[in-house]
Write a protein that binds this ligand. Structure first.
Ligand SMILES: [Zn+2]
Length: 486
């Protein structure tokens, strides 16, 4: 046999084996979705709509400067809850932490079982001065028009508070009794860090030795056309939250006259450092929650994409390169670098004696603040630049194995039967992190279907929700309480 013939034969054999193995893996990858058992809950639409609409009218606004917060509005909101949910206030124990952190306890039949917590917050972000006129409906009107409810908090996150309370009132009227203790915790300062609300409630529970099986907070939602290769809507449940760090790079030294500059000026050095960081970037790695996301969605993908994602062992570098092309997916697989402030110079003909820059970094679970500092110092290779890093580490990663995650997944499937429910990594912060100290797992999921426009509306203009979506959220909370007590 001629040499080239032998090579061809070997090559074809390899290719055949490769194809058989990879196609086999693609065809046998098992779905990680439970069958939805369509919810039978029927929600009183008019009452539910009235309640969310009224909830929006209370201006429970959080300001960075706490002195600006109008607590009379918070008082009125709490009074409204007592009026609107009589059964809840009769049957459950309400405890107020720091006056406005609302902690409801629903006693279960078996207190030997670990409790479960649902949480959300009723403070909202302000409407930016000068943007009020851009709203189609007044931001605190709670206007109901064309099957939509309008206003601040309809998505973030009065829908969570009202959705949970509607579910509770419904279950109480049905005569439902939970097997285990349930806690419902509503924060009042989530938008400014949650220290007096969620954190204080978690600290109180910790002092009492309470440890949840899981806590569910706001977070991911049902999205469409955001996960490549998946036709169906995807419900993403946050299982961890990225850390957030601020790095300050600063340099001080002689300035001088701009007519005789040194070859390296302070501005030049800081600028070079930032350029180096942007050119280098943290290494990308499809691991942790990002990897979990694709493990859950891969079986539901069209064949081509499923082929790639079922064979990560060989295609991982390709997948990572593709994910790095879009900022949203790049953020899923690496710690991100965003220079946000650059300061230097006052006069056009004087070299500044100081220059500094601030970089906001969002940390992958596994990259610590110390790792960030080391990475910056090693990348910029300039000892004259001082690097200071502060901020918060990524949260722990909650489990997707076992019952707790399955319960969240099942409850979501019972309402959104055609959606794929998958874990993912949250980029933004929420109250959930405060509950890490008292919970084996913390999940982050807002049970509504949202678009990318909705995401912009959450802290922006024209925040609203469709009534259908809101009713589904209530049904989800009914289902999650039932699933948690099976
Ligand atoms: Zn929120």
């Amino acid at each position: 046999m001629k040499k080239w013939k032998l090579f061809t034969l070997i090559f074809i054999s390899f290719l055949t084996v490769f194809l058989i193995v990879t196609v086999y893996k693609t065809l046998t990858i098992a779905s990680k979705q439970p069958d939805g058992q369509i919810t039978e809950a029927t929600v009183n639409k008019n009452e539910a709509v009235e309640h969310l609409s009224e909830a929006v009218t209370y201006k429970t606004i959080s300001y960075q400067d706490r002195a600006k917060m109008e607590f009379s509005e918070f008082d009125r909101f709490v009074d409204f809850l007592e009026r609107a949910y009589p059964s809840v206030h009769e049957e459950l124990q309400l405890e107020k932490i720091n006056d406005y952190g609302l902690m409801y306890q629903w006693k279960g039949k078996d207190n030997g079982k670990q409790p479960i917590g649902l949480t959300s917050h009723y403070d909202v972000v302000p409407v930016l001065d000068g943007t009020e006129g851009n709203w189609e409906q007044e931001p605190f009107s709670g206007t109901v028009i064309d099957d939509k409810i309008w206003g601040r908090g309809t998505l973030d996150d009065k829908i969570g508070v009202i959705g949970i309370l509607q579910a509770l009132e419904y279950l109480l009227k049905e005569g439902y009794e939970p097997e285990r203790d349930m806690y419902f915790m509503f924060g009042f300062d989530e938008e400014i860090g949650g220290d007096l609300g969620a954190k204080a409630m978690a600290d109180t529970l910790k002092d009492r030795g309470i440890q949840f099986e899981y806590v569910l907070d706001e977070g991911g939602a049902i999205v469409e056309d955001m996960v490549p290769g998946v036709q169906s809507p995807v419900g993403v449940v946050g299982i961890s939250e990225k850390g957030s760090a601020t790095a300050e790079l600063s340099i001080e030294g002689s300035g001088g006259h701009s007519s005789q500059p040194k070859s390296q000026t302070n501005i030049g050095r800081i600028a070079r450092a930032i350029t180096k960081l942007e050119d280098t970037q943290f290494p990308a790695d499809l691991k942790g929650p990002g990897e979990d996301l694709f493990e859950y969605v891969a079986p539901e993908m069209s064949f081509g994409m499923r082929y790639i994602f079922s064979n990560k062992w060989i295609f991982e570098p390709v997948i990572e390169r593709v994910l790095l092309q879009e900022p949203a997916s790049a953020a899923l697989i690496r710690t991100t670098i965003a220079p946000t402030i650059f300061q230097a110079g006052e006069q056009y003909n004087a070299l500044p004696e100081k220059a500094s820059a601030v970089i906001n970094l969002r940390l992958m679970p596994g990259d610590s603040l110390q790792d960030v500092k080391t990475f910056i110092e090693e990348t910029i290779e300039d000892d004259s630049i001082k690097v200071e890093v502060e901020g918060s580490e990524a949260t722990k990663v909650s489990s997707v194995e076992g019952e707790p995650f399955q319960k969240v997944q099942q409850a979501a499937k019972n309402v959104y039967n055609d959606a794929v429910i998958a874990p993912y990594l949250m980029f933004a912060g929420s109250d959930a992190k405060h509950y890490d100290s008292v919970s084996d797992n913390t999940y982050r999921f807002l049970p509504v279907q949202i678009t990318s426009e909705d995401l912009n509306r959450m802290h922006g203009t024209n925040e609203h929700i469709s009534i259908d979506n809101y009713l589904n959220a209530i049904k989800f909370y009914i289902e999650i309480i039932k699933e948690s007590n099976r």
